[in-house]
Design a protein around this ligand. Structure first.
Ligand code: TNX
Length: 534
C-alpha cells in the first residue's frame, strides 16, 4: 500500500490508481473511483432545475473561470456533457451532506440544502485543481462521493484589532475557508489597539478608536464601514459561511475608551483604560446601542461578547465610586461578581435581540440561558472550564490554545509567534485534535458544536505572515472538524496535502512548507523575511 501512495505522490495523481485515497481535504466520508474521465471544456453546461440552485451555478461558473480559465454556460435543460446541480433529499440527513457522481458524460451534485451544495462544489473544485489541466481542457477522474461533516461548527477566528488586514484579505481567507469547507468566520473586531467596526450612533469609535495597531499606535484609522461589512457578509453567504462578530467586553475595551472616555471603567497599571464601566447605567445603554447596530449587520443571529481576561485591567473598579455603589446595592461580593453581573445584563440584551450569546470560557460559571449560550473553551490548561460549561448545559466550541491557536508557531525553530512552556502548534497536533479526548462524559458530546482555530495577530502584521500561520494548518483543521476519527492517518493526509501545497504556490499563498521547511522563511513583525542563520 505504501508503495502505491509513494507512486501516486510521484505521479502527482495524474494517473488514477485504484485504491488510492480521494485527493480531497477534508477526506470525504465515502468515495470510490472508477474508470474514465469527465472532460471539462467550454462546451460543458451547468444545469439547474429550479431557482434554488441558481446562485450555486453562478458561483460554480465564477470559480471554474477563476481556477481554469474556462467559461461554461448555465442552462435549465440537460444537453451534451453537463454538470447538474440537484436539490433533493439524501439518505444522510446531516446538515452539509452532499453526493457527487462523476462519469464521462455527466457530473451530478445532489444536496438537500445550501450548505451541502456549497460543500459539494468545494469538493468538485478540489478535484479539478488536482487534475491534469491542459490548455482549455481539464480531465477530471470519475469519482463517486457521499459525504457529510462530523461537526456543524468548523470555525476560524481572525483578530483584526491588533492588526487590520482589510476586505480583500478577508475575502481571500473566506475563499480558502470555503475551499476547505470551514463554515464559521468569527471576526474579532474590537480590542486594545483598535476598534474596527463603524457604528453610526457613535462615529468616534471607528474614527478615533480605529487609529493605531499593535505594532504602530499612530497608524491612521483602519476600520470596516457598515457597507464593507455588508459586502463581506454577502461574500461569505455566497459560500455558506456564517460571520459572527465579536464585540469584546467588559475588558479589552481600550480602543473604545479612547473614543468615548465617559464609558471607561479604567484599568490597571499594566492595562490602562482596559474596561467599560459596569457601575454606570449609561454604559449599558451605550453598549446596547452598539450591539443593536451590530445585530442588523450580521444575519448569523449570534454575537460574541468576549468576556475574557477582565482581571487584567479592572483594578480601578476597586476605587470607582459607581462600581462600589453597584456592589453595595446589588450585594456583589467581589470584582468577579461585578463582571458576572455585567455579562448577565449584556447577555440579556443580546438574547432580547433573538441572538445567541457567545463568549470565551470565563463565562462558564455564570448562569445564563443555557440553550442560547455557546461557550468557547480556549484555556487548554483549564479543562475544568470546559467541564463547567458542559455541566451547566451550554453548547461549546473547542478552540484550546494547544493545539488550535494559530498565533502559536508551528515549528520548533520558528520565532514569530507564541509558544506555551516550549510547546508549539505543529501541523500534526492540529490534525490529531479530537474533541472526545477532552470531554469526559460521552453524553455531553452532543453539546460540542465543533472546533475552531483562533488567529490572534499581535505578532502578525503582514499578509505573508498571516498566510504563513494559516497554511497549511487550515487544511489540518478542516479535516479534524469534518472527518470521522480513523478515516485517514496523518501520513495519508500528508500525501494529499503535498498536492495542495503545489496549489498554494500557484495561488501565490505565502505558506509554510512542512515538506521543505526552508522553502519560505518566516516573516518578522516588521514585515521582513527572517533568513536562516542570520
Ligand atoms: C489570549 S484567547 C487572548 C487574546 C490574545 C491571545 C494571544 C482570549 C480570549 N484572549 O487576547 O490575543 O491570548 O494568544
Amino acid at each position: 500500500m505504501k508503495y502505491v501512495f509513494v507512486l501516486t505522490w510521484l505521479l502527482g495523481f495524474s494517473f488514477p490508481i485504484s485504491g488510492q485515497q480521494c485527493p480531497v481535504i477534508p477526506l470525504p466520508a465515502a468515495y470510490s473511483q472508477h474508470k474514465g474521465q469527465f472532460i471539462l471544456d467550454k462546451y460543458v453546461t451547468v444545469v439547474t432545475g429550479t431557482e434554488s440552485e441558481r446562485p450555486y451555478s453562478y458561483f460554480l461558473q465564477k470559480e471554474l473561470l477563476r481556477y481554469t480559465g474556462i467559461s461554461v454556460i448555465s442552462s435549465e435543460k440537460p444537453a451534451g456533457v453537463f454538470i447538474e446541480l440537484k436539490s433533493s433529499k439524501l439518505k444522510d440527513k446531516r446538515k452539509g451532506a452532499y453526493s457527487l457522481e462523476i462519469n464521462a458524460r455527466q457530473i451530478t451534485l445532489t444536496a438537500a440544502e445550501g450548505e451541502g451544495m456549497s460543500n459539494g462544489i468545494s469538493t468538485l473544485l478540489q478535484l479539478i485543481n488536482q487534475s491534469e489541466i491542459q490548455k482549455d481542457i481539464v480531465k477530471i477522474p470519475c469519482w463517486n462521493i457521499t459525504d457529510a461533516p462530523l461537526y456543524g461548527w468548523r470555525g476560524l477566528m481572525l483578530d483584526e484589532s491588533r492588526h487590520f488586514f482589510g476586505k480583500e484579505k478577508v475575502k481571500d481567507i473566506l475563499n480558502w475557508m470555503a475551499y476547505y469547507k470551514l463554515n464559521r468566520f468569527h471576526w474579532h473586531l474590537t480590542d486594545q489597539p483598535g476598534w474596527r467596526i463603524e457604528v453610526k450612533k457613535y462615529p468616534r469609535l471607528a474614527l478615533i478608536g480605529g487609529v493605531g495597531s499593535y505594532s504602530d499606535p499612530n497608524s491612521p484609522a483602519r476600520y470596516y464601514t457598515q457597507e464593507d461589512i455588508k459586502e463581506i457578509v454577502r461574500f461569505a453567504a455566497e459560500r455558506n459561511i456564517e460571520v459572527i462578530p465579536e464585540i469584546d467586553m467588559p475588558g479589552h475595551a481600550t480602543a473604545a475608551n479612547m473614543a468615548y472616555p465617559q464609558f471607561s471603567g479604567g484599568g490597571s497599571e499594566k492595562y490602562p483604560e482596559f474596561t467599560f464601566n459596569p457601575g454606570k447605567e449609561e454604559t449599558y445603554q451605550y453598549l446596547s446601542d452598539i450591539l443593536k447596530e451590530t445585530d442588523v449587520l450580521f444575519p448569523s443571529q449570534m454575537i460574541h461578547l468576549g468576556g475574557d481576561e477582565v482581571h487584567f485591567g479592572n483594578a480601578s473598579w476597586n476605587t470607582d465610586a459607581g462600581v462600589q455603589q453597584l456592589m453595595k446595592s446589588k450585594q456583589l461580593k467581589d470584582l468577579k461578581a461585578v463582571e458576572e453581573y455585567f455579562i448577565r445584563r449584556m447577555a440579556d440584551t443580546v438574547m432580547r435581540m433573538n441572538n445567541k450569546v457567545l463568549a470565551w470560557d470565563e463565562v462558564a460559571g455564570i448562569d445564563l440561558a443555557s440553550r442560547e449560550t455557546i461557550v468557547f473553551w480556549w484555556r487548554h490548561d483549564k479543562p475544568e472550564e470546559l467541564k463547567k460549561a458542559l455541566d451547566k448545559g451550554y453548547d461549546a466550541v473547542l478552540c484550546p490554545r494547544l493545539p488550535l491557536y494559530f498565533d502559536f508557531v508551528q515549528d520548533s525553530v520558528h520565532s514569530v509567534g507564541r509558544k506555551w512552556q516550549g510547546k508549539y502548534v505543529g501541523l500534526k497536533d492540529v490534525y490529531r485534535f479530537r474533541p472526545e479526548d477532552y470531554v469526559k462524559e460521552p453524553g455531553q458530546m452532543k453539546q460540542v458544536r465543533g472546533i475552531q482555530a483562533n488567529l490572534w495577530t499581535e505578532q502578525v502584521s503582514s499578509e505573508e505572515n498571516l498566510d504563513y500561520l494559516l497554511f497549511p494548518r487550515i487544511a489540518a483543521l478542516a479535516e479534524s472538524g469534518w472527518a470521522a476519527p480513523g478515516s485517514s492517518g496523518y501520513e495519508e493526509f500528508l500525501l494529499r496535502l503535498k498536492q495542495h501545497v503545489l496549489m498554494y504556490r500557484r495561488e501565490g499563498v505565502y505558506y509554510y512548507d512542512p515538506f521543505n521547511p526552508l522553502q519560505n522563511p518566516e516573516y518578522n513583525i516588521k514585515g521582513k523575511k527572517i533568513l536562516p542563520g542570520l
